[in-house]
Design a protein around this ligand. Structure first.
Ligand code: F6R
Length: 243
C-alpha cells in the first residue's frame, strides 16, 4: 500500500485524477471501476477539466460502478446512475454503452448480481478501481460483518443508513431498503485500487484500514492484502495514523 498524504480535499482530488488520467493515457481502452458519494466529486471535476482542455480522451474507456440502490430507476435523482451521468458521463466523451452500473430495477437479485459479474468478466476485469471509505470502514456497500462479502450481491441497508438517507426522499417509505454492490472478492480482483479519503470523520477508519488487523469488521482492511493499492488522503483523514 502506498499512502500519499496531501493537504486538502482539492489536493486529494487532483492527485487522484492524476492517477486515473495516467491509467487512461497508458491504456486508452481501460476498464475503470467507479464510485459515487462526496469523495470522488472533485476527482471527476478535475478529470472533466482536463478533458475540456484536450488532455484526456474517454472515447474508448469502459466503466463499471461499484453499486446501485435496488428499486431506483436511472432517472431517479438519488440513483447512482443519475449521479454518474451528472457528475462525469455527460461531461466527457465516454460512450454511454461502455458504462455499467448495476440495474436497480431488476427485481431478481441473483440474476442481476450474476449478470453484473459477467459484465465485469467479459470486459476482462477492472484495471483501476476507485474507492471511497465509509466512516465504519465500508467499501462499496460492504458493511462491517462477520465474514467478507464475496462477489456482487444484494445487501439489506442498515437502519442507520436508511435513516441517514431519508432526507433525500419524500418519505422514509421511499428510501431504498436494499442495494446491489460489488463484493469484496470483486473489488480485490481489480488490478489496481485507488482509495481516496478526506475528512476527520474518516480518520479512525483509515488508520484501522492501513494499520489495524485484516478483519471483516473493518472491510477496507482487506486492501492490505492487495498488491497494488494507492491511497490518497488529506491531512484530516490522516490525523489518526501512527506517527
Ligand atoms: C459509493 C460507495 C461508498 C462510498 C462511501 C464514502 O459508490 O460505494 O462506499 O464510497 O460511503 O462515501 P462519501 O464519499 O460520500 O464519504
Amino acid at each position: 500500500m502506498r499512502v500519499y498524504q496531501v493537504k486538502s480535499y482539492d489536493d486529494m482530488s487532483r492527485k487522484a485524477a492524476n492517477v486515473i488520467s495516467a491509467q487512461i493515457i497508458m491504456k486508452p481502452d481501460c476498464v475503470l471501476g467507479l464510485a459515487t458519494g462526496s469523495s470522488p466529486i472533485g476527482t471527476y471535476k478535475q478529470l472533466i477539466d482536463w478533458y475540456n482542455k484536450g488532455d484526456l480522451d474517454f472515447s474508448q474507456v469502459k466503466s463499471v460502478n461499484l453499486d446501485e440502490y435496488k428499486g431506483l430507476p436511472r432517472d431517479n435523482e438519488q440513483s447512482y446512475y443519475y449521479f454518474m451521468y451528472n457528475n462525469l458521463f455527460k461531461h466527457v466523451n465516454i460512450q454511454l454503452d461502455n458504462t455499467n452500473v448495476p440495474n436497480g430495477m431488476e427485481p431478481d437479485s441473483e440474476k442481476e448480481c450474476l449478470r453484473y459479474e459477467e459484465v465485469i468478466a467479459k470486459l476482462g476485469g477492472v484495471d483501476l478501481q476507485l474507492l471511497g471509505l465509509g466512516r465504519n470502514g465500508h467499501i462499496g456497500f460492504n458493511e462491517p460483518d462477520e465474514t467478507f462479502g464475496t462477489i456482487t450481491h444484494c445487501v439489506n441497508l442498515t437502519e442507520s443508513t436508511i435513516d441517514a438517507n431519508k432526507r433525500f426522499f419524500a418519505s422514509i417509505d421511499d428510501v431504498p431498503k436494499q442495494a446491489y454492490t460489488m463484493g469484496i472478492k470483486t473489488i480485490m480482483k481489480a488490478k489496481k485500487i485507488l482509495l481516496i479519503v478526506s475528512g476527520e470523520d474518516k480518520a479512525d477508519a483509515l488508520a484501522q484500514a492501513v494499520h489495524g488487523p485484516v478483519t471483516p469488521k473493518l472491510p477496507a482492511s482487506i486492501l492490505q492484502l492487495h498488491n497494488d493499492v494507492v491511497i490518497v488522503a488529506d491531512e484530516a483523514a490522516c490525523s489518526k495514523m501512527p506517527k
